[in-house]
Ligand binder design. Structure first.
Ligand code: THU
Length: 136
């Protein structure tokens, strides 16, 4: 990912965060992902009065990309209004791993603080297709 793509992803994730539906937690999250073919997909967290049905911002973005036919993620930007910026939850790390085991994950906040991590750092020994007999 080049600096221009990083700037585009950050702006897209911050913009998506403004559309978060988080009336229960009041914790707005925005995400943007870059696919291997160069498309950008965004997501925000979507909560429900039935609390467990929440979908995290990262998963919304990833599911949008997958449903459009993309299968490979090279970068993820997550924006939260926290300092330091918050990292993706464990469930989202597993979903990122499914489609981007080598992706860079950038945790950011609206002030522009950014922290880069690799998926190997965020999810060591992640479970994947190769762990399922006969499905690798
Ligand atoms: N949330 C995300 O959108 N992504 C994460 O990685 C962590 C948590 C959302 C879920 C919920 O709407 C709110 O943040 C508080 O947990």
């Amino acid at each position: 990912m080049n600096p221009a793509q990083r700037a585009v992803l950050f702006a897209a994730a911050a913009d998506a965060r403004d559309r978060a539906y988080a009336p229960y937690s009041r914790f707005a999250v925005g995400a943007a992902i870059l696919t291997a073919s160069g498309e950008v997909y965004t997501g925000c967290n979507v909560e429900s009065a039935s609390y467990p049905l929440v979908c995290c911002a990262e998963r919304v973005a990833i599911y949008k990309a997958i449903s459009d036919g993309h299968r490979s993620i090279v970068a993820v930007v997550v924006v939260t209004d926290t300092s330091p910026p918050a990292a993706p939850c464990g469930g989202c790390r597993q979903v990122i791993h499914e489609f981007g085991a080598d992706a860079v994950v950038i945790c950011a906040n609206p002030a522009g603080d950014m922290r880069d991590s690799t998926m190997a750092e965020l999810l060591p020994m992640g479970f994947g297709r190769a762990d399922l007999p006969d499905r690798a």
